[in-house]
Design a protein around this ligand. Structure first.
Ligand SMILES: O=C(O)c1ccccc1N[C@@H]1O[C@H](COP(=O)(O)O)[C@@H](O)[C@H]1O
Length: 206
């Protein structure tokens, strides 16, 4: 079954929407972004979040102690590193806070994926670029890489929406799909889009 992550929650009502839709993961963005939230907001939202939904913190070159504290204080369950953080960073973070790490990869060539396959992160996340832009990359690059022969699970991200989610899953067969811009209307999370994405992904696989 394909897991679902809804990223970039920044309002109280966003938490209510996901508690109704029940994706597998949600994301709190701590990086510079229109969706950025503070530790205090995340702590508050986490208390309201359904306990079966895992909270992922999204970071771009953040100070490691900030990430580790959010993990060790159980405000987030996993860290998504979206700034090209290197192996030393990932290993040291996992020493400081033994929680799952997702390494985001900007995919322009199959070699971008190949270079990430030896990571000590627990998951890869394949994206178009900076993150949260609503733009897809060429999914065929996955087929041309060594990822299909590897066992590392990966999140597919970048410009996913109700229009392309089923095609993406059929073509790429990711561990999880990750949506942010595609479940928004005028820059805010849209309850109906969230509920419909979850319904479609789950119903297709029954
Ligand atoms: O969402 C953001 O604002 C963001 C900022 C900085 C790094 C990553 C960010 N989001 C991640 O981007 C991808 C794709 O988002 P979209 O669906 O194309 O809008 C997703 O993994 C988000 O976690």
């Amino acid at each position: 079954m394909t897991m679902i992550k809804i990223c970039g929650l920044f309002r109280q009502e966003d938490i209510e929407y996901v508690n109704e839709g029940m994706p597998d993961y949600i994301g709190f963005v701590f990086a510079e972004s229109k969706r950025k939230i503070t530790r205090e907001q995340a702590e508050h939202f986490r208390k309201k979040l359904h306990p079966n939904v895992k909270a992922v913190g999204v970071f771009v070159k953040a100070p490691m102690d900030q990430v580790a504290r959010l993990l060790n204080d159980r405000i987030i369950d996993m860290a998504q590193l979206h700034g090209g953080e290197d192996e030393d960073y990932i290993r040291e973070l996992k020493n400081l806070a033994p929680f799952p790490v997702i390494k985001a990869v900007k995919v322009e060539f199959p070699s971008d994926i190949n270079a990430a396959l030896s990571t000590s992160a627990d998951y890869l996340l394949l994206d178009h670029g900076a993150g949260g832009t609503g733009t897809s990359f060429n999914w065929k690059l996955i087929e041309d890489s060594l990822l299909p022969t590897s066992s590392i699970p990966f999140f597919l991200a970048g410009g996913l929406s109700l229009e392309n989610i089923q095609e993406a899953i059929n073509l790429v067969n990711p561990y999880a799909v990750d949506l942010s811009s595609g479940v928004e209307t005028e820059g805010k999370k849209d309850k109906n889009k969230i509920l419909e994405v979850v319904r479609r992904v789950r119903n297709d696989e029954r």
